[in-house]
Design a protein around this ligand. Structure first.
Ligand SMILES: Nc1nc2c(ncn2[C@@H]2O[C@H](COP(=O)(O)OP(=O)(O)OP(=O)(O)O)[C@@H](O)[C@H]2O)c(=O)[nH]1
Length: 439
């Protein structure tokens, strides 16, 4: 069943190498096989050994019978005992008993003889008359401890051989698994652990003996190399995409900022932008000790244009006047903001009151002398101007209030005029102004 691996395992299971696991399993399996085969072989050897041993004891007994037959016939007790000793000296023989037909019983043995039934019982025939009376009975007990020693020695040799072969197989399998599986997998695992998004060019170096074929490890390494390349390309593509999007976003932000600061009808700065920018201009003027003047420009009887020719015509007039004023200023030093309705404020950094009044006169004449053409109509306009110079210590609002008051006075004096505020810094609060313009 496929197993999904969680992205971050809170308690990872202990690490166990695949190769070590395989080696352990192979060793266990080989030992089990060895024990089964060795056990079967031991049983087989035991049975075979038992038969061979019994046959050997029988052969010994038959040889002993022919020798003892002569000795008994000659009634040579010493010869009988010698033969008995010889029989006992054979390793396969544990105990020998000779019951002579005449009565005596001869015994010889190695000790530790158990009184169970003998392995071989043979009648001793007469050496002269075949088929005659028996001279006695020969009973031979096998030397079981010798038999067991023999069997165990053979079994140990067989099992030892199996063990040796098993160990050799296990060692060879372990060496192959270590070389062909464990080491390359460890190298790949180390490489994968060190792989980071900012370090994708890290080369996968793994050492394997030269082979004329590829295997799963080679395919894994090739897969990693392809994945690395694909990730690198993908990240580069993403970086490029992020860069482009950031640029687009910055352009959009700039555009939005521009729009939020621009009067959509005339293209001048709007009131909000003016509120931000004027205090900065005043600070700069103070820092560098330079003059700064502002002027209010207000079209006269503009309501009549709207009422007489429609609001759209009024819009065209406002746009046209804004363009004219802008065209006659020192852009980008001077700047214009639409203060409201048909009223503009023109800020003139580094400009004295006299120069500002001269400019206002020029703009007044420009308004008056060049009619605006809208839908085949020729509209003659005039404008009034209120001019004031920035006085150290006053705020932007105070400066604007003085210029506005001057404009008010220009309007009150009959319009199409320039009124300058001459009371900056004098402490004189008498509302008065010097008027210039059409008389
Ligand atoms: N077409 C147009 N008219 C506007 C806009 N903003 C304000 N107005 C109009 O401008 C006119 C201003 O009228 P008033 O304040 O009486 O001023 P005025 O008629 O110019 O008279 P004075 O300033 O006293 O000479 C009003 O009719 C407003 O509707 C605008 O964006 N477009």
């Amino acid at each position: 069943m496929p197993r999904s691996v969680p992205a971050s395992d809170p308690a990872p299971a202990p690490f166990r190498s695949i190769a070590s696991l395989l080696i352990r399993r192979i060793v266990a399996l080989a030992l089990l096989c060895m024990l089964l085969l060795g056990g079967l072989q031991a049983v087989f050897e035991y049975q075979r050994g038992q038969k061979e041993f019994a046959r050997a004891v029988h052969v010994i007994a038959e040889n002993g019978v022919s020798l003892l037959s002569t000795a008994l016939w000659d009634i040579e007790t010493s010869a009988v005992q010698r033969q008995m000793q010889w029989l006992v000296s054979l390793p396969e023989v544990g105990h020998v008993r000779l019951r002579a037909a005449t009565g005596p019983v001869f015994e010889a043995g190695k000790g530790g003889y158990d009184n169970i039934a003998p392995a071989v019982v043979l009648q001793i025939p007469s050496p002269r008359h075949s088929g005659g009376n028996s001279l006695g009975t020969l009973e031979i007990w096998a030397n079981t401890s010798y038999f067991h020693t023999q069997i165990w020695t053979q079994t140990a040799a067989v099992v030892g051989g199996y063990l040796l072969i098993t160990l050799l197989i296990c060692l060879t399998a372990a060496g192959v698994l270590r070389r062909d599986l464990q080491r390359p997998l460890q190298q790949i695992a180390r490489f994968a652990a060190e792989l980071k998004p900012h370090n994708l060019s890290l080369p996968l170096t793994y050492v394997r003996p030269a082979r004329g074929h590829q295997d799963e490890i080679d395919l894994l390494v090739q897969g990693f190399a392809r994945l690395q390349e694909a990730l690198r390309t993908h990240i580069e593509h993403l970086d490029q995409l992020v860069f482009e999007r950031t640029q687009q976003l910055e352009e959009l932000v700039t555009e939005v900022q521009e729009l939020s600061r621009t009067d959509t009808l005339t293209g001048c700065l709007n009131r909000r932008a003016m509120d931000e920018r004027l205090p900065i201009e005043l600070q700069r003027s103070l820092r560098y000790g330079r003059d700064l003047s502002v002027m209010f420009a207000d079209l006269d009887y503009f309501k009549r244009i709207n009422d007489g020719f429609g609001h759209a015509t009024g819009d065209v007039v406002l746009r046209e006047m804004a363009q004219r004023y802008l065209a006659n200023l020192r852009t980008p030093i001077d700047w214009v903001a639409r203060y409201g309705g048909e009223e503009f404020i023109i800020v003139l950094p580094d400009c004295s009151l006299e120069a500002a009044v001269q400019l206002a006169q020029r703009l007044r004449l420009l308004t008056q002398s060049a009619p605006v053409h809208v839908a085949g109509r020729e509209l003659h306009l005039t404008a009034s101007f209120g001019v004031a110079q920035f006085d150290r210590g006053e705020s932007a609002a105070q400066l604007l209030a003085r210029a506005d008051a001057a404009l008010y006075r220009a309007k009150a004096a009959g319009r199409d005029r320039v009124c300058q505020d001459d009371f900056a810094g004098t402490g004189n609060t008498v509302p008065a102004c010097r008027l210039t313009g059409a008389e």
